[in-house]
Design a binder for this molecule. Structure first.
Ligand code: SAM
Length: 261
């Protein structure tokens, strides 16, 4: 694990969890779109692998729609929270969560013999390590999937968007925390380097909690399509949003649909 992923997702998972919880709002719509796309390929149920599942919003909502989901995430506390969410949504029988590194996917899922029908990677869960690591994760996911399986890489930031809408500063609020971001983007390498400062609110004051440095690669559609192709996934469609199935543009997020062919 890189230093920043360890700090953000493991050591200070308490802070990121608050941001992640906000994403549960709107997940129903996202999953509705995902199901429509899967249905168009004749997939109405089956085994789903959720890469970097966080606290399980996609796995849980897909289990609600009849898929047997397995979510893998590096963060023990996200996995524990995901299991609690599965109980809350009454889908504990249809969903399993595993703590593990997706870069060792075949080892993490070594005891599973049935092949996956669907693989998902949602909310910019790529670009954290090297491009070879991302290639390897998608290759391993392909080896664990049946011929004709569908891969959705959804709600992902892409380089056209950043080139057009780059904001050097941003802030967000979640629950009782406030996050200030200072970003630097290198267009030549598509490398994003951001400093995130976390504060808690006390009345009118913001009390500093912690600061984290986030380093990641922002893919373009063509670069990601090429990596997926090398990993054995053929891109068959892309959208600006899975919730609305609107076309992709430089102003939307990246949602790629690929097939194991
Ligand atoms: C932006 S969050 C997305 C979470 C989830 N996909 C969602 O849409 O809510 C990125 C996730 O990747 C996980 N992650 C980062 N590196 C990982 C790795 N090497 N193996 C497994 N999970 C990892 C983090 O713990 C975090 O939950």
């Amino acid at each position: 694990m890189s230093d920043w992923t360890r700090k953000l997702f493991v050591e200070r998972s308490d802070l990121f969890l608050k941001l992640m919880n906000q994403r549960w709002i709107g997940t129903d719509e996202l999953v509705n779109g995902m199901v429509k796309v899967l249905n168009s390929f004749g997939i109405v149920s089956g085994k789903l692998l959720d890469l970097c599942c966080g606290n399980g919003r996609i796995s849980v909502h897909m289990a609600k729609r009849g898929f047997d989901s397995i979510g893998v995430d590096i963060s023990k506390s996200f996995i524990e929270d995901a299991r609690a969410r599965a109980r809350e949504y009454n889908v504990s029988d249809q969903v399993t969560f595993r703590e593990g590194d997706v870069r060792n996917l075949k080892t993490v899922l070594g005891d599973i013999s049935e092949l996956f029908d669907v693989v998902v990677s949602v909310w910019t869960s790529i670009g954290y390590y090297s491009k070879d690591d991302d290639l390897s994760v998608f290759q391993q996911a392909r080896e664990l999937s049946r011929e004709g399986a569908v891969l959705c890489v959804a709600e992902t930031t892409h380089s056209d968007f950043i080139s057009l809408k780059f904001c050097p500063t941003a802030y967000s609020e979640a629950d009782d925390i406030f996050v200030l971001e200072n970003r630097k983007y290198d267009q030549a390498t598509s490398h994003m380097s951001s400093s995130w400062a976390f504060y808690s609110r006390r009345g009118e004051d913001l009390i500093f909690i912690d600061r984290m440095q986030i380093e990641h690669h922002i893919y373009s559609l063509s670069e990601l399509a090429s990596i997926l192709g090398r990993a054995g996934w053929t891109v068959v469609a892309f959208y600006g949003s899975l919730s609305t199935l609107q076309p992709m543009s430089p102003l939307t997020s990246l949602n790629i649909i690929a097939r194991a062919q």
